[in-house]
Ligand binder design. Sequence first.
Ligand code: NAD
Length: 489
Amino acid sequence: MRDPVTHFVGGKPWTQGAARQGPLYDPTTGENSAMVDFASAADVAAIVEVASAASASWKNASLAKRTTIMFAFRQLLHERRDELAAVVSAEHGKVHSDALGEVQRALEVVEFACGIPSAMKGGFSENVSTDVDSYSIRQPLGVVAVISPFNFPAMVPLWFVPIAIACGNTVVLKPSEKDPSASVMLAAWFAEAGLPDGVFNVVHGDKEAVDALLTNPTVKAVSFVGSTPIARYVYETGTAHGKRVQALGGAKNHMVVLPDADLDLAADAAVNAGFGSAGERCMAISMVVAVDPIGDQLVAKIAERVREIKLGKDMGPLVTEAHRDKVSSYIDAGVQSGAALVVDGRSEQAREGFWLGPTLFDHVTPQMSIYTDEIFGPVLGVTRVAGYDQALELVNSTPYGNGTAIFTNDGGAARRYQHEVEVGMVGVNVPIPVPMAYYSFGGWKSSLFGDTHAHGAEGVHFFTRGKVVTSRWLDPSHGGINLGFPTHT
Ligand code: NAD
């Protein structure tokens, strides 16, 4: 076993140990590869204090200093992307090429944060009244917390951490206890890039650590990503304790295929978006909506491609045994509820490790649990509808609203869909429409609690608060008593 993974606090690894630990696994073999320390509520309080102490000087660090550090970190991340991807793969199980893609998308947020002087610029209006000027500035919040899920152990923390830091905040990150090592590596690299001690801290743990962050009065904002029930809980608890909260939740993303679409390209896209990262992506496509009359043809093309997927090369195992078993039980439930099982991945469970083969269902209906629930595994369903209106109604009636895609060559239909669909991120012939770092990432409905999306302008807004200054330089002509409400002259 490797050494235990511990917290990273005040620029160095924590030395105070932990009363509780959790296991880490190599999902490809199922071996217990290491243990991770779990913080107690008292540990979290101490770590928040470290972040708070660092905040006093970091909030006043010049933009030049902040960007110099961010550029240096960007360089380290770029040079060491293979190393980080290897750590992600070892604990998460995703294949190396996929982990490298995750690191690339994370790097783009760091690059966005390098431009923070432009992103934080305020406005200035001269002579709003005679000799009076007004200007707006944005200032950091203080200590902010980031709580992240297992499925993107590098990218999701980096959706928030670089922007929070560049805006002048100090950060306590609580990564997933299933794959925590990437976070520690990132914190060590930030320190190497010149970030002062205590500006970026990592605390490991479970509900006890999360609750300690959500109720700590020094923590001013919480960025959370995870499943919908926990996102709702984090939003309600955090806001009840006076914090600004953005809590991104789960998803059930539909890909609508209209009859005029190129079915080969649509089948490629459905398979890539359904089975990449073994379906453990919040932007994975889990339902294909085939608009009559192309259903049979499309299913045949998807099935042909699914059978070609090579385990270990194209697709890794699932993250834990419990999660693999849960996903597998959905396949049992799908069969029992009468869906047509076109490709069955369950035979791969016989291997050592947390494997499950890619699985395809046809004739899925909205009453089935494989339709209603976020399975978060390599299980793709196809449902059939008579026309565009029925497809739209189906997508809009799901409780989630993270991502969706439409495949068509009809520009008018695509435009109508992007206008009418109640989903936060829409792809037109793009199956996984994850916005670039300079746009903002977030879903609608039960896929997001709070009204601020991640990164881009909304990320900068989330991690800062606004102030407007109205100023004049007095001279004797400004004297005199006037109790009236100030108006412009
Ligand atoms: P999860 O909700 O189980 O865990 C997320 C975080 O919450 C972890 O840090 C975990 O330690 C903590 N947590 C878990 N249970 C808790 C509890 N009872 N009280 C307090 N904290 C708790 O999610 P996961 O399984 O790690 O990740 C997968 C989920 O995340 C999927 O639902 C996926 O759709 C979602 N996700 C959403 C997005 C998005 O942008 N909307 C992105 C990635 C993942």
